[in-house]
Design a protein around this ligand. Structure first.
Ligand code: FPP
Length: 253
């Protein structure tokens, strides 16, 4: 009937919700997810990759522009060596198995973190995936790997200090933009929302500078259980937040 939507027309995903431009995720709880099921921790990481694949798809469908995931922190080296090498191999396998799909889905991949601590073949792989997806214009997937935010800020400070020492920069010209441009995340917008799974409520050295005005949403599910419903619940919570960025907000005027 004219004027009435056809019964099989689905609402746009996320209709009525505020969609963050940039979502950051601390994918926590793989180990606990596995332990609860009597499995090895590494099996939790394998499931974690499936969740990540799902989230990339949801971000595309819901119109998120940037997704940054914390997949190996510079502090994770303190884990048993077997687990560390398993996570490294997961990154290799993720790139090998998903590269074509990412290209098809117009996803641009960027890997942030300290490359000096990675072996040469992994660095080549990372360069390759960035290169092969660099012309893509859809979702930007940022994988924080061997990443620590304090080290990132130290490295930016060193870079600026070298510029000053070389006479190319005056100390008073150092401002937030210049410092931001010296971070791994140069050119990316700051995250609007940071999600952490598995009930922990801390940042653990993730995007400390960039998260200055991010909304935090902590969810109880372990990362392998984080699905589309979980994502929509996060969007609902985010949509209710009054973001004031230090001002008084629209409702107060
Ligand atoms: C957190 O669970 C997960 C990690 C430290 C890293 C593994 C991340 C993934 C498998 C997702 C995708 C990875 C890549 C490389 C693309 P945890 O081990 O800290 O869990 P726990 O707190 O329960 O021990």
């Amino acid at each position: 009937m004219a004027g009435e939507p056809a019964a099989n027309v689905r609402a746009e995903p996320g209709a009525g919700l505020k969609i963050p431009r940039h979502v950051g995720v601390i994918m926590d709880g793989n180990g606990r997810w596995a332990k609860m099921r009597g499995k090895r921790r590494t099996e939790g990481h394998v499931e974690g990759v499936k969740s990540l694949r799902g989230l990339v798809e949801h971000c595309i469908n819901y119109g998120v522009g940037y997704l940054t995931v914390f997949s190996f922190s510079s502090e994770n080296w303190s884990r048993p060596p077997d687990e560390v090498s398993f996570i490294f191999n997961l990154l290799r396998r993720f790139v090998a198995s998903d590269l074509q799909r990412l290209i098809r889905n117009n996803v641009k991949v960027r890997i942030i973190g300290d490359r000096a601590g990675l072996d040469r073949s992994l660095v080549r792989l990372i360069d390759d995936v960035e290169d092969k997806t660099s012309a893509n214009t859809g979702l930007t997937l940022v994988v924080a790997f061997n990443y620590g935010s304090k080290a990132e800020i130290v490295s930016a400070a060193r870079h600026l200090a070298r510029e000053v020492a070389a006479g190319r920069l005056a100390p008073d010209d150092i401002d937030e933009t210049r410092l931001g441009d010296a971070l791994y995340t140069a050119g990316l917008p700051d995250p609007d929302v940071i999600i952490r799974t598995s009930g922990e409520q801390r940042l653990s050295n993730f995007l400390l500078w960039q998260a200055a005005y991010a909304e935090f949403v902590f969810v109880d599910e372990h990362w392998p259980d984080f699905d589309e419903d979980s994502f929509v619940r996060v969007l609902e919570v985010y949509s209710q937040r009054d973001r004031r960025f230090g001002g008084i907000g629209a409702t107060a005027i």
